[in-house]
Structures are given as structure tokens and as C-alpha cells.
Design a protein around this ligand. Structure first.
Ligand code: F58
Length: 831
């Protein structure tokens, strides 16, 4: 008999098989004979979860010292993707598990396909948070990712008649084997009511908050293991529940409905993720969500801090708290309230602790995405917090006034309160004032941040601003999703690249090696075949794996300019119709991405793409040369099939609009060439891979500003460019909408009348760059060479590097194994 402990922790094939059978029996209550594939998945997940939590306990033990500073990553969104495959990879047991299951007659890949991913985010920002959690553990920084356990995550997208429809995401319907509910870790969160001044027993002036309602936040923990290390951090998501005493109060008065209603209202807080991308919603429930998770997280961090034997005045020594955009910015105010009102710290001291604790990452410059809360709403929901905001503001503005150059206009611009009707709290200002560091997510973005949105703050506190360029985890986005490529890389440069991605540079020497080139392109072709199968299954469209896979996957947004790509397809289509003999290399255009449900233009852009697809894919003259696919329901699971199969990565946002982009990095790492503008991290990707290996086009950010200042007249471009005119007229003709000329009128009118994202100004440059793409594609050896160089030189874009940058520039934490990884330190705090 094996030792009984190994059934929960052992990593051999035998131990895993035994544990799996045990979990199937005792964890899901099934006998193997009657188990469904989902039961098998569940049993395997439980088996792996045991091994992860074993390491969590171990990590907490080793990091438990009072001097260790941990990271509290506050993010309203996470997009972890399916856990199972990643955990097997990080634990190093994929093959052992495959064998163990194989021995029982089960197929690991089929079981992996059973997992439903947690869609707890909208897009880049949520996915970045998950890449960072992977890297925090992998570079061995103790951290807790805090967020919201939405019952319904981002909707599932279905395409019907070419339009997007939203279906509720019921990711918890069949249970979630990765999380552990921790009802003992619960905090009360108050809302509404009023405040009341009083004198405490020492005669000091104080304020108490008399709320209207209270809810309870319950912790749900998911272990997040680093790559081939024993550090296992946790993702702690909060679920809102009613406080029973509240129900009872109403119940006792015989008001049964009121009691049930209160309960429902409480639970509503974490019901659903707002599906908006790059637009602040301003709804009360959204502010409730933000405050709810910020408050629970801070109370939790304070509890851990005290468990470590410290007092609130040294909170910042235990915790570096990163604000992932302004969604958790109210935490600045909540920490002040906790320290001043509940822990009796003097204001000045509390403020020092608060500023030393927080750092803020900005992810957008788009004005419509900058969060503002009307003072009325804010004060009604968080009356004490509004007072604290006013006090922070008063002291801040007083400090600014003390400086000679401050005039009233500057004061008004800096204020945490926007005085326009309705008066509102500017969350980016609050986050900036309450933090010791502010960063953008790519070099260009960080510069623009200082020049635009936070210009006055950057002048006031130049030292507060820095840049941390985004990164992505090479484990999920190369090793897991492109296994064959990972194996090829490892065969040439060893396996160190997965921990130190810049080692990929060693591949450069093989860029012209015919044997390596052959293997490289065979892998790409196999990935394209795999994706073609999925495309056929999901859309019914047959695509040619040997065609150029030209891919644009990301949220649908006008600034990202999916419709510019559409103009290119129409240009090629009309050219081919006019002259079928012309040499246009075979291309498959693949789009994917969700539109916010209420975003009229984005939904129409989806319809435009699908309408072009219907026309192109069925036209006998072009259908063997061009194909257009809208791949429905782009999410992390699907993404893992898409990036490895791409030849060309479309990163064509209007310069100055995309803060960074992270898809651009995933494509490059998987050997796609980029066609792109000088926007976000494209600038740095181009710098790294070399200008000669990047298809650049379009106006630069300063040129965009200048053109707009001069007065931009899209119609002039239309009048002067015959091809462009033909394409736009075609869209307006109704030929695409089955005779309905109104269908794409809003897009046409928008482009000709206003064109806020300068498609017409960039059109010709884009078409020319696409010509260069086609020319290179005709020369497979040169293409493959450039593909290899793109991967080889994209090592900078590992999220491990980003996390090390945060550690050095912002958190002042030393990554790497804890001082003593010895098992003796087991008596750590229980988190
Ligand atoms: C994205 N923002 C940026 N926001 O657009 C992208 O350039 C960047 O690479 C990425 O962040 C990571 O830094 C983004 O995804 C959201 O999804 C918000 C969700 C909440 C409402 C407002 C938009």
C-alpha cells in the first residue's frame, strides 16, 4: 500500500491514478462505469487541486514572516481561462496524468475539453490580471489576487443571421472544482445611510457611519500555482450574501417579502459582470460592486497583517496594493476610513500609510472610459466616503495652492471633484493622489498619459509616474496552446526559455536553417489545420489551411478599426471581380471578438464582416482565393487555438488609442508577423523584432492630434481616392445587405461625416502595407525567416518581465524563492 498522504500530494503516475479513482468515487460519488466525461473532468480537477492547495499551505508557511511584503492585486476582472491544462503544465505532470488516465481507458485531451472557463472579465484588462497572477507565482512573489465572483460572467456570443446575440454565461452551473468556499472568511460591507459626529472617550472629534444596509462578502479561493516552483498563490473572489440578522429584522415584523427582497438585493451585487468595454457605465450597482470587493479585500489584508503580529500603522509594510485601473480606486478612501474611523489612526499617519500602500495602473486614455461618479450617487451610497474624499481633496488642493504657480484653473483641473453638472468624483484623480506610483501599460501610453489625462499631476509629481509595459504568460500562450512549437524550441535552445523568455533570442541562429524552417512551417500548418477544423465546426465555412491566415481577434470597438480591415477585404474583392486574373495570394480573414451588447456601431461592424463573408465565401469568382470568417464567442479557450494558427496579426488601432494591447504579443510569440500602427505596445514590438520584420503603416499619434487640430475632412480622402470611393459606394449601395441600402448606412455616414478614428486617412497606407504582406507571402522562405525572428525577439513581452518591473519600480519587493524554502517554516498564517 502507498502511504496515505501521497494520494493527495504524490506526482507519480501510480499515485495520480489512485487519487483520481478515489476522487471519482468519493469526490463526485460515481463509479467509474457510470461516470460521464464531466465526472472524469471533475475527479481529475479535484486530484490536481489537492496538489495545489498542498503547495498553497506550504507557500503561506514559507512566506509567513512579518517582514515579507506581499502583493494584493485588486482587479474587478480576471480571465484565467481553463485551469486544468495550465495546472498540469505548471505542476509538470501532464504526461504522468495522460498515462494514468490512459491506463484507465480515458483520453486526457477529451477531459481537458470539458472545462468551462470562468469569464470574469471583458478583455485585455482581465486577461492581463490573470497573466500577472501566473507570473507572480512563477517568479515567486507572494500575492493574493482579489476580485469578484460574478455568478454570470461575460455573455456567450452567438451569431445568428450575421448578428451578435448574447446568451447568459452560466459557468457555475455544473459546479467549480477549483475553488474552495471559505465561509469563515467573511466581512461585512455597509451601504447608504448617514454619518454622525461624536466625541470619543478621549474627547476627540470622530465620525461614525450609520448605514442603511449591510451585506456580507464570502471568500472563494482558487489556487494559482507558478510554473515549476512550489509557490502557489491564491485568487480570492468575493461573493455577496445577505446578512441573516437583517432578514430576521424584517421577518419578525411579519414583512416576509421585504426580508426576501433584501436578501435578493444583497446577492445581486455579485450577480453579473458589466459587459462594457472601454466605457464607464455610471450605474449604482457597479459602484456597489467596486466598493464591495475593495472593502472585503482591505479588511482581509488588514486581518492577515494583524495575524502577522503587526498594527495598522505598518500596513504598507505587509502589503503592496496594486489598483488594476480605477475600478478599485474607492479602496483608497476605504483604507482611510478603516484606519481613521475604525483603528483610530490620526489622519496624517493614515494618509502616509495609504499612499505608501497603493499604486495605480491606468489602462486607457479614452475619455468615455474614465470613471466618474456623480457626487449625488456616491454620497447616497457611501456618505462617509464622500466626506473623506472631500477631506483628501481639501488637503491636496491646499498643498497645491501653497505652490506659487497654482491658479484657479489649475486647481479646478486637478480637483478630485469635477464641478460641471452633475458634480462628480474623478476616480483617476483619486487613484493618482492616493498612490505613490502611477503607471501606464506601454511606453507610448505612459508618455501620453503624462501629456494628456494626468498632465497636471505629472508636472506636480514627476517622480510618481513610470511605465510598465504589459506582458503575457508564455506558459499558457505558447507551451500550452502551441505544444509542438514549444517542443521544437526546447529541442534547439533547451527549456530555460519558459522561465526566462529572452532566451528565445537563441533561435535567431536558426532563422535561415532550412531544416528548422521546415519544422517551423509544418507546425504552423498543423495549427492552421486544427483551427480550420474548429472553424468548420463552428461556422460551417471551409477554409484552406495553406492560405494566409490573417487574424484580428479582440473586442469589437471603433478605435480598434475592424472596419478598416473590412475595407481592405472589399478592396480585394472588387479588384478580383474586376480582374479575376490578378495575382492575389489566397487569404483567410479571421475575425473574433465580442461587442458590448448596447454598442450600436460595434454590432453593425460584426454584421458588416459577416455580410462580407456571406458574399465573398459564396462568390465562385473569389471564394477559392478569399475567405472571411467571423469566429463566434472569442474567449481564452478559443484564443488558445487562434494565436498559434495565425500568419498575420492585425493591430491596426488609431495611433494613440490602444493603451498597449496584449494579443499583439501573443501573436508575435507564436510566429505571426504584425501589420500595425505605431500604437500601444506595437511600438515596442517593432523595436524588438526589427522594423524590417513588421508591416508598419498609418499616422503616428502626434500626426493624429495634429490632423484633428487642423480640421479633419474624411470626404476629401473619399473624393481623392478612387478605390476608396468604390469601396464606400459599394457598402452604401445595398449590394451587401441583400438590397437593403440602409443596413450599413450608419457606418458609411459615420466614415464620411465624422470618421473619429481616421479610417479614411489611413486607408491607402493600410492597403499598401497589405500589398507588402502579400509580396512577402509569395516568398515562403523569407516569410518563415521573419516569422522565426518575430518569436525569437519577442521575449521582452513575458509577463514575468512585467512583474519583475513592478517589483523593482513600484512594489520594492525582491522576487525569487523566499529566504527559506525549508519545510520547517510550516507554521505560517492561515489565510
Ligand atoms: C485594455 N483595457 C486596453 N479595459 O484597452 C488594452 O490596450 C490593454 O492592453 C489592456 O487593457 C491591458 O492593459 C481593457 O481591457 C476593459 O476591459 C475595461 C473593463 C471595465 C469597463 C471599462 C473597460
Amino acid at each position: 500500500m502507498k502511504q496515505s498522504t501521497n494520494i493527495r500530494t504524490g506526482l507519480t503516475t501510480e499515485e495520480i491514478r489512485e487519487a483520481f479513482c478515489d476522487n471519482l468515487r468519493c469526490g463526485t460519488g460515481k463509479v467509474e462505469r457510470f461516470a460521464t466525461r464531466h465526472d472524469l473532468y471533475f475527479a481529475l480537477a479535484l486530484t490536481i487541486r489537492d496538489r495545489l492547495f498542498d503547495r498553497t499551505v506550504e507557500s503561506l508557511g514559507t512566506y509567513g514572516g512579518a517582514n515579507a511584503r506581499r502583493v494584493g492585486y485588486l482587479s474587478a476582472e480576471y480571465l484565467p481561462g481553463p485551469h486544468l491544462g495550465n495546472n498540469l503544465l505548471n505542476l509538470g505532470v501532464t504526461e504522468a496524468v495522460r498515462e494514468a488516465l490512459g491506463g484507465l481507458g480515458h483520453d486526457l485531451d477529451e477531459i481537458l475539453a470539458e472545462e468551462e472557463e470562468p469569464g470574469l472579465g471583458n478583455g485585455g484588462l482581465g486577461r492581463l490580471a490573470s497573466c500577472y497572477m501566473d507570473s507572480l507565482a512563477s517568479v515567486e512573489v507572494p500575492a493574493i489576487g482579489y476580485g469578484i465572483r460574478y455568478e454570470f460572467g461575460i455573455f456567450d456570443q452567438v451569431i445568428r443571421d450575421g448578428w451578435q446575440h448574447e446568451v447568459t454565461d452560466k459557468w457555475l452551473r455544473r459546479g467549480n472544482p477549483w475553488e474552495i468556499a471559505r465561509p469563515e472568511i467573511a466581512y461585512e460591507v455597509k451601504f447608504g445611510g448617514r454619518t454622525e459626529p461624536y466625541k470619543d472617550k478621549d474627547g476627540r472629534f470622530r465620525v461614525r457611519w450609520l448605514p442603511d444596509t449591510e451585506v456580507k462578502g464570502i471568500a472563494y479561493d482558487t489556487p494559482l500555482l507558478g510554473y515549476r516552483v512550489s509557490t502557489c498563490n491564491i485568487l480570492r473572489l468575493w461573493k455577496a450574501e445577505a446578512i441573516e440578522s437583517f432578514d430576521f429584522a424584517a421577518f419578525n415584523h411579519g414583512d416576509y417579502y421585504r426580508a426576501v427582497q433584501d436578501k435578493m438585493a444583497s446577492e445581486n451585487i455579485t450577480k453579473v459582470l458589466y459587459p462594457n468595454d472601454e466605457v464607464a457605465v455610471g450605474k449604482e450597482l457597479r459602484l456597489k460592486q467596486q466598493f464591495f470587493f475593495s472593502s472585503c479585500s482591505l479588511q482581509d489584508m488588514l486581518r492577515i497583517h494583524r495575524l502577522l503580529g503587526s498594527t495598522p500603522a505598518t500596513f504598507h509594510q505587509s502589503w503592496a496594493v496594486q489598483l488594476n485601473d480605477t475600478h478599485p480606486a474607492v479602496a483608497v478612501v476605504e483604507l482611510m476610513r478603516l484606519l481613521v474611523d475604525e483603528h483610530d489612526l490620526p489622519w496624517e499617519e493614515a494618509w502616509k500609510v495609504t499612499q505608501a500602500t497603493f499604486a495605480y495602473t491606468n489602462h486607457t486614455l479614452l475619455p468615455e472610459a474614465l470613471e466618474k461618479w456623480s457626487v449625488e450617487l456616491f454620497g447616497a451610497l457611501l456618505p462617509r466616503h464622500l466626506e473623506i474624499v472631500y477631506e483628501i481633496n481639501r488637503r491636496f488642493l491646499e498643498e497645491v495652492r501653497g505652490k506659487s504657480s497654482a491658479d484657479d484653473r489649475l486647481i479646478a483641473r486637478l480637483s478630485l471633484i469635477e464641478e460641471n453638472k452633475p458634480r462628480s468624483v474623478r476616480m483617476a484623480h483619486l487613484a493618482t493622489v492616493g498612490s505613490h506610483a502611477v503607471n501606464g501599460v506601454a511606453e507610448l501610453h505612459s508618455e501620453l498619459l503624462k501629456e494628456t489625462v494626468l498632465h497636471d499631476f505629472a508636472r506636480l509629481w514627476p517622480g510618481k509616474f513610470c511605465n510598465v509595459t504589459n506582458g503575457v504568460t508564455p506558459r499558457r500562450f505558447v507551451a500550452l496552446s502551441n505544444r509542438a512549437l514549444a517542443e521544437l524550441i526546447t529541442s534547439r535552445v533547451g527549456d530555460g526559455w519558459l522561465k526566462e523568455l529572452t532566451k528565445l533570442r537563441e533561435l535567431e541562429q536558426f532563422a535561415d536553417d532550412p531544416e528548422f524552417q521546415k519544422q517551423w512551417s509544418e507546425i504552423k500548418l498543423a495549427n492552421k489545420l486544427r483551427l480550420s477544423g474548429l472553424i468548420l465546426q463552428r461556422t460551417g465555412i471551409g477554409v484552406a489551411p495553406d492560405s494566409l491566415f490573417d487574424v484580428q481577434v479582440k473586442r469589437i470597438h471603433e478605435y480598434k478599426r475592424q472596419h478598416l480591415a473590412a475595407l481592405h477585404i472589399l478592396t480585394l474583392y472588387l479588384r478580383l471581380r474586376r480582374d479575376p486574373e490578378i495575382d492575389v495570394p489566397k487569404r483567410t480573414f479571421i475575425f473574433g471578438g465580442k461587442s458590448a451588447p448596447g454598442y450600436f456601431m460595434a454590432k453593425r461592424i460584426i454584421k458588416l464582416i459577416t455580410a462580407i463573408g456571406d458574399m465573398v465565401n459564396s462568390d465562385p469568382v473569389v471564394r477559392d482565393r478569399l475567405k472571411v470568417v467571423f469566429f463566434p464567442d472569442f474567449n481564452v479557450t478559443n484564443a488558445q487555438f487562434v494565436y498559434p494558427a495565425a500568419n498575420l496579426s492585425e493591430q491596426i488601432s488609431t495611433a494613440g488609442k490602444e493603451a498597449s494591447g496584449t494579443g499583439n504579443m501573443k501573436f508575435a510569440l507564436n510566429g505571426a508577423l504584425t501589420i500595425g500602427t505605431l500604437d500601444g505596445a506595437n511600438v515596442e514590438i517593432r523595436e524588438e523584432v526589427g522594423a524590417e520584420n513588421f508591416f508598419l503603416f498609418g499616422l503616428t499619434a502626434p500626426e493624429v492630434t495634429e490632423l484633428k487640430a487642423r480640421g479633419y475632412h474624411p470626404r476629401e480622402y473619399y473624393n481623392q481616392n478612387e478605390n476608396l470611393r468604390e469601396v464606400i459606394d459599394f457598402m452604401a449601395s445595398g449590394a451587401l445587405g441583400g438590397g437593403d441600402a440602409e443596413l450599413f448606412r450608419p457606418i458609411v455616414d459615420n466614415l464620411l461625416g465624422d470618421d473619429p478614428f481616421l479610417l479614411l486617412a489611413d486607408y491607402q497606407a493600410y492597403i499598401d502595407a497589405q500589398e507588402r504582406v502579400s509580396a512577402l507571402w509569395r516568398d515562403p522562405r523569407s516569410w518563415t525567416r521573419q516569422s522565426i525572428l518575430n518569436s525569437a525577439r519577442a521575449g521582452k513581452f513575458s509577463s514575468d518581465r512585467s512583474i519583475r518591473d513592478y517589483c523593482e519600480r513600484i512594489w520594492k519587493i525582491q522576487p525569487g524563492a523566499p529566504p527559506s524554502t525549508a519545510k520547517t517554516a510550516r507554521q505560517g498564517v492561515r489565510q
